[in-house]
Write a protein that binds this ligand. Structure first.
Ligand code: DOR
Ligand code: ZN
Length: 429
């Protein structure tokens, strides 16, 4: 299949150019004038072409909770949101902690073939934090990174060994930073608001204590580590300092941490769709996250797409599971609250949602639009807005705090390895 994308503004993290883009089979064949006849022409005048987005942190609930999300619905949601590559977390039932599980997942993902689904293996067997998984086998099966996401690794000596083995096998450890003794059974940030309502809170130190320990181990072992879903000002101060000192630490945040605070949770009357782990912080945290994105202390925006069934999200706030869906909203939330708000420019956004994740995970020929790269591309119209309506979401679960919100920027086409995998209704190219 040959596709000609005509007259778009082509955005990379370091440049924006206007021109034509020619896709032959699964690769970008040419940028500029082309004489070859295409099979399909997409007129993209006035639109922007960006590298396909890459999500380092998605929960696809497969195997085990396919009622909440499966590989098909997750892929459709990802494609609609502009993601062409997603990494799925191993907190499934059973956990993705061995070669057999990972092989199975990749095989199933291959059958769907909408976007690229890549596995995050578990650091410990059953994600129990007791015994390391077989890192060599997980690498051989196709894992590029490992995480016990949802659970922190409490045993520092186990994390030390995990980092050592990960270094040996060139795997990235993605760390869920939380001191479980401090967060205990808290369900929101410890704050005047939690006290006012007599609810058990999670102190901000629960995250940064773990961030500090993990960074110290990475420093000690001279190896890399990636910190998942950073949500506090203090964590960012620690990460920034460590980066300045040369520690090989990278980190991500998620859109809800630069758009919402605990005040919004109160205003929602403690709607479980605002419950997430780590919990929503205060205004200072939100400002620090925005600043961290602007300064480059935060490397990536990941979704932490965490689907939960309606039944479970209708439980009382304290009993409901934490997590929000994000695949279909992340781009527009980031565009609206960061680019439109003039905190970042479009190139910065491409860096955070595509170029940096590709680099951190060593994905070849992804995250940058150039001749010879995979034709993983999205075409977006930044002059249009849309309303978040639950029945319009492709994800099986609708647990987002943004229901009813109007967001700017629409993904009109998603192309993965040269195949159009999503077209917004009414667009025929
Ligand atoms: O809010 C969250 N939900 N945080 C996590 O770390 C796990 C995730 C989930 O799997 O639901
Ligand atoms: Zn997590």
């Amino acid at each position: 299949m040959k596709i000609l994308i005509k007259g778009a503004k082509i955005v990379n993290f370091d440049d924006i150019i206007e021109g034509n883009l020619f896709i032959r089979n699964s690769r970008i064949a040419k940028i500029g004038e082309v004489s070859e006849e295409p099979d399909k022409i997409i007129d993209a005048k006035g639109k922007f072409v960006l590298p396909g987005l890459i999500d380092m942190h998605t929960h696809l609930r497969t195997p085990g909770r396919e009622d909440e999300e499966d590989l098909w619905s997750g892929s459709k949601a990802a494609a609609k949101g502009g993601f062409t590559t997603i990494f799925c977390m191993p907190n499934t039932r059973p956990a993705l902690d061995n070669q057999g599980q990972v092989n199975w997942l990749l095989e199933e993902a291959g059958k769907i073939g909408i976007i690229e689904i890549l596995p995050v293996g578990a650091i410990t067997k059953g994600r129990e934090g007791k015994e390391l998984s077989e890192f060599g086998m997980l690498k051989k099966a196709g894992c590029l990174c490992l995480s016990d996401d949802g659970n922190p690794l409490e045993d520092s000596s186990l994390l030390r060994r995990a980092l050592e083995y990960a270094k040996m096998y060139d795997l990235l450890i993605i760390s869920h930073c939380e001191d479980k003794n401090l967060s205990a059974s808290g369900s929101l940030r410890e704050h005047l608001i939690s006290s006012k309502y007599g609810m058990e809170g999670i102190p901000w130190a629960s995250e940064s204590i773990a961030v500090f320990r993990d960074i110290e181990l990475a420093r000690y072992l001279d190896t890399k580590i990636h910190i998942a879903h950073v949500s506090t000002k203090r964590s960012l101060q620690i990460i920034k300092k460590a980066k300045e000192e040369g520690v090989k630490v990278s980190c991500e945040t998620a859109p809800h941490y630069f758009t919402l605070t605990i005040e919004d949770l109160e205003k929602s009357h403690f709607h479980p769709n605002f419950k997430v782990n780590p919990p929503l912080g205060n205004r200072e945290d939100l400002e620090a996250i925005r600043e961290g994105l602007k300064e480059g202390v935060i490397d990536c925006i990941a979704t932490d797409h965490a689907p939960h069934s309606q039944g479970e999200k209708e439980l009382p706030f304290e009993e409901a599971p934490p997590g929000v869906v994000g695949l279909e909203l992340a781009f527009s939330l980031s565009y609206t609250y960061l680019v439109k708000a003039q905190i970042l420019d479009l190139k910065d956004l491409v860096k955070l949602m595509s170029y940096n994740p590709a680099n951190i995970l060593g994905l070849k020929d992804k995250g940058y639009i150039k001749e010879g790269a995979w034709a993983d591309l999205i075409i977006v119209d930044l002059s249009r807005s849309w309303q978040v309506l639950p029945h319009k979401l492709f994800s099986k679960s609708k647990n987002t705090p943004f229901i009813g919100h109007t967001l700017e920027g629409i993904v009109e086409f998603t192309i993965c390895k040269g195949k159009v995998v999503y077209t917004e209704k009414g667009k025929n190219g």
